[in-house]
Design a protein around this ligand. Structure first.
Ligand code: ADP
Ligand code: MG
Length: 320
């Protein structure tokens, strides 16, 4: 569905005396594939570049280098008019349903907007599509004349989901889509997202800092650290036998509100600045098994087993 090749997305910020220009490679030469009907979870601490990658995939950010293929069509080089037919197939659902819905538009206008831009439908056809999608996300058509502020966070997120899915996309990026909701509302919205994924045959990139959520729904998990994917594998392998010391530390440090298991071994040390990433392996300043080579030499990808790969000089051993 989606193939990302050597993708780099940078920000440039000015700081300090004389306003020196800093380059922040928030997405740093990433290679990744998201398969048809797959949920790929993307995890990592705050600031590691997850949202930047998500925004790059919908062309809200222009990459510095690299390519993104949607069903074998390279999309980064397309002009906005050439990208237009792809736009409806690639949707994003953000974290904050308060700011992502225009407060001055009615729910009807919000849902109709995409149809008006992308589809040439009669009024009746549009209305029937709106009705159909509202039913699908368990909202009543009575809400159509109302405004976003009249709804709770969970309802707003359902409206945001309806807005994304009304165009029948093929690929959806969920960027912290349940993170702002309380646990029980979040669980319901998550369940809905999975149902819709199965019904519509969608593929998701599911971005979250919440490992409990990610592991409950993802087929595979990609672990990100300072702009790089450092481990990628099937969910069960990533959880039961992580090969990267960062993956292991990340999962051990997480508090899982969803299965109420409290495993807390805090990750050691502070996250280094993404502006001045550590040399060699970026994780070496916090790694419990660091060796000299890790400080100077950039690791290369190692295959651990089918579908599990890691960017580490000394992958952790585990039962094969
Ligand atoms: P995540 O979603 O994993 O928390 P982001 O992709 O939002 O991470 O951010 C990655 C890095 O890029 C962070 O260090 C952040 O400070 C920086 N960043 C994000 N947006 C901008 C921006 N508009 N300008 C400059 N730096 C930014
Ligand atoms: Mg983010």
């Amino acid at each position: 569905m989606i193939r990302i090749k050597d993708l780099t997305i940078s920000y440039f910020s000015k700081s300090g005396f004389g306003l020196k220009k800093n380059r922040i490679a928030a997405v740093d030469e990433i290679n990744l594939e998201i398969k048809k009907n797959e949920i790929l979870g993307l995890v990592g601490e705050s600031g590691c570049g997850k949202s930047t990658l998500g925004r790059g995939l919908v062309k809200l950010l222009q990459p510095e280098s690299g390519e993104i293929y949607f069903e074998d069509q390279e999309i980064t080089s397309l002009s906005s008019s050439d990208f237009f037919p792809f736009r409806k197939n690639i949707q994003i659902i953000f974290q904050d349903p308060y700011s992502s819905l225009n407060p001055r538009m009615t729910i009807s206008e919000i849902l109709m907007e995409g149809l008006e831009i992308h589809e040439n439908l009669s009024k009746e056809e549009s209305e029937s599509k709106v009705k159909e999608i509202l039913e699908r996300v368990n909202l009543s058509t009575e809400i159509l004349s109302r405004f976003p502020h009249e709804f709770s966070g969970g309802q707003r997120q359902r409206i945001a989901i309806a807005r994304a899915l009304i165009l029948k996309p093929k690929f959806v990026i969920c960027d912290e889509s349940v993170s702002a909701l309380d646990v029980s509302t979040g669980t319901q919205v998550l369940k809905l997202l999975v149902e819709l994924k199965n019904d519509f045959g969608l593929s998701y990139l599911f971005i979250s800092h919440d490992l409990g959520v990610v592991k409950s729904i993802s087929d595979r998990i990609a672990v990100m650290y300072l702009g790089k994917i450092v481990e990628l594998g099937k969910t069960k392998d990533i959880i039961s036998s992580p090969a990267h010391p960062y993956t292991k530390a990340l999962f051990q440090s997480s508090f899982d509100v969803y299965d109420r298991k409290k495993i807390r071994t805090p990750l050691q040390g502070e996250i280094p600045s993404i502006v001045n990433k550590p040399t060699g392996c970026h994780f070496h300043t916090r790694c419990p098994i660091v060796q000299d080579i890790c400080k100077s030499k950039t690791p290369s990808w190692k295959n651990i087993k089918t579908d599990q790969n890691v960017l580490c000089h000394f992958p952790l051993e585990f039962e094969k």
